[in-house]
Design a protein around this ligand. Structure first.
Ligand SMILES: *[C@@H]1O[C@H](CO)[C@@H](O)[C@H](O)[C@H]1NC(C)=O
Ligand SMILES: *[C@@H]1O[C@H](CO)[C@@H](O)[C@H](O)[C@H]1NC(C)=O
Ligand SMILES: *[C@@H]1O[C@H](CO)[C@@H](O)[C@H](O)[C@H]1NC(C)=O
Length: 224
């Protein structure tokens, strides 16, 4: 009989518990949905409101990652895409109506050499007073997360965008449907299975062998 390593098994049980407490409509096989579940459970534990998960904003979060073009160091250097990207490229690429774009009230960004499950990504994204303030801010009404590797492997980027928009009317997708597919990558709110065989986020076999190796990561939080 094969021996199952205890740690990964325990981690996935914990993830399953948190995720099952989240929206039933969300996919169980989507790390971006799982990260949003961790964000909301941490907020409610700190007496902040639960945020709506907006799929149009989720698609934009994945576009936001793509703007870094796989360059991890730009996250560490506190660089962010120019504001006009939201109207000029992110929204059109997602099929999100520009007129429904709402204010971004916080951003959390991280880049890691190795893939980490959402609970560990959460710890990297929220790692100081500034990011904790962004996480717990009362300015937000909605949230979305995205994760993407670069061309089938690392580095892996995580992006969380918060907005003060009205959940039902902001970041609306043309025709009221799903955001356009913008693979590779996963984003929250769209009930998308994006891990596994047809891997929108593929975890290279090699990365599992490197578990014991040093993992480098950078993270940055922006209020607004
Ligand atoms: C919320 O997240 C922060 C930052 O990671 C952590 O220190 C705190 O323990 C978490 N709170 C709960 C209730 O999980
Ligand atoms: C909330 O919004 C106000 C007004 O824009 C701003 O001054 C404040 O810094 C924001 N708080 C956080 C935690 O981002
Ligand atoms: C938003 O949409 C949901 C589901 O369609 C509905 O139950 C809810 O009442 C709406 N909220 C507002 C503020 O319109």
């Amino acid at each position: 009989m094969a021996t199952i390593p205890a740690r990964p098994l325990l981690a996935s049980v914990l993830v399953a518990l948190v995720v099952s407490a989240a929206s039933a409509a969300d996919s169980k096989n989507n790390p971006a949905d799982q990260l949003v579940a961790f964000i909301n459970s941490n907020r409610t534990a700190n007496k902040a409101s639960t945020l709506a998960d907006n799929q149009g904003l989720g698609c934009i979060a994945l576009q936001y990652i793509k703007a870094y073009q796989g360059q991890c160091n730009q996250v560490g250097e506190n660089k962010k895409p120019i504001e006009s990207s939201f109207t000029d490229t992110f929204a059109p690429n997602c099929g999100v109506q520009v007129a429904t774009l709402s204010k971004i009230t916080g951003r959390l960004l991280a880049c890691q050499s190795n893939y980490m499950p959402p609970d560990q990504a959460f710890d990297i994204l929220v790692n100081d007073a500034k990011s904790l303030e962004v996480l717990h801010s009362k300015n937000h009404t909605e949230v979305a997360a995205a994760v993407s590797g670069t061309s089938g492997g690392g580095p892996y980027f995580w992006c969380v965008l918060f907005s003060s928009g009205k959940p039902n009317t902001s970041f609306k997708v043309d025709g009221g449907g799903m955001p356009k597919s913008v693979r590779p990558g996963c984003f929250s709110g769209n009930n998308d299975d994006c891990m596994g065989a047809s891997a929108a986020v593929s975890i290279g076999v090699a990365t599992w062998k490197l578990v014991a190796a040093l993992v480098s990561s950078v993270a940055f939080a922006f209020a607004l």
